[in-house]
Design a protein around this ligand. Structure first.
Ligand code: NAD
Length: 293
């Protein structure tokens, strides 16, 4: 069992840290919201008084924070976690942030550092079924792979620093574009008098098939567990999708990659969020496309 520091105990980090404590690790936790710390202490974690204190003496230190600035400040800011951690500690950031900041923090920490963003959402965090996409040194990845798999079902080493964030940006750009296209297909089918079920039956067995259709179908009925069946309660909120599309667009601009579909998806999700859809599941985009919400 390992000594683990964990900072950022929100919707994702809270259940992730609790899964590590339940697995028997000695987990020191910190969040600026005391109630979130208390929920982890209930299952055996230890409360730390600061982010830096979680890192002192830990073998593995993990952050799960909102955005790049929080991650940079936590690791590299005055009294930051990198400086107080043991030289042999392995540092892991699971937040979704931009590739450039991930590389900057990795270079500035002076310790083995992994960017390890996740896919799978809050349910995945609670049920320990997340997928980790990891960038950084091979040796560090192999040291923490077992710990990551106690919070998820897969951990994929994608390459050097920033490769995990790069994979996350690419994956979610495709997810947004396939969801938008799938929503459009159902709206067009409605106009043509084709039933949802008939279109689902055909597309799920044809070349229009995708995860957005068969796991996360944006109309109620064909896939009973999808957010469409509960009035588009998230799931994966449209505001988070907009954040991820912004990170993909930033990466595309910095590298000169042509991503016109990603840009189009960004514009659609920005409009949806501006119209009040930010707290809705991202498959709720279909309502905006129908002109009904
Ligand atoms: P959240 O806002 O629920 O949690 C973030 C936590 O960080 C909060 O509890 C906040 O109090 C804490 N925090 C902020 N600054 C801090 C500091 N300086 N020190 C200590 N704690 C601090 O967000 P979340 O939904 O848990 O998402 C976390 C990360 O995971 C984000 O980068 C997000 O993009 C990514 N992500 C989220 C989902 C999802 O479905 N929610 C899915 C995949 C990835």
């Amino acid at each position: 069992m390992a000594r683990i520091g964990f900072v950022g105990l929100g919707n994702m980090g809270g259940p992730m840290a609790r899964n590590l404590a339940k697995a028997g690790h000695a987990v020191a936790v910190f969040d600026i919201v005391p109630d979130l710390v208390a929920r982890c202490v209930e299952v055996g974690a230890t409360a730390a008084v600061s982010a830096a204190e979680t890192a002192r003496g830990a073998e593995v230190v993990i952050t799960m924070l909102p955005a790049g600035q929080h991650v940079r400040d936590a690791w590299l800011g005055a009294g930051g976690m990198a400086g107080v951690s043991a030289e042999t500690a392995i540092l892991v950031d699971c937040s979704t942030i931009d590739v450039a900041t991930a590389r900057e923090v990795a270079a500035g920490c002076g310790r083995p550092f992994l960017d390890a963003p996740v896919s799978g959402g809050v349910m995945g965090a609670e049920n320990a079924t997340l997928t980790f996409m990891v960038g950084g040194p091979d040796s560090a990845f192999h040291c923490v792979e077992g710990i990551l798999k106690q919070m998820g079902r897969a951990a994929i080493h994608c390459g050097e620093a920033g490769a995990g964030q790069a994979a996350k940006a690419c994956n979610n750009m495709v997810l947004a574009a396939t969801m938008a296209a799938t929503c459009e297909a159902f709206v067009l089918a409605e106009k043509l008098g084709l039933s949802h079920q008939a279109l689902f039956e055909v597309m799920s067995k044809s070349s229009g098939q995708s995860w957005s259709l068969t796991t996360y179908c944006p109309v109620p009925g064909p896939v009973p567990g999808s957010p469409a069946n509960r009035d588009y309660a998230p799931g994966f909120a449209a505001s988070l999708m907009l954040k991820d599309l912004g990170l993909a667009a930033e990466a595309a601009a910095q590298t000169g990659a042509a991503t016109p579909m990603g840009r189009q998806a960004l514009d659609l999700y920005r409009r949806f969020v501006e119209q009040g859809g930010g707290g809705t599941d991202f498959s709720g985009l279909i309502r905006m496309l129908r002109g009904t919400g």
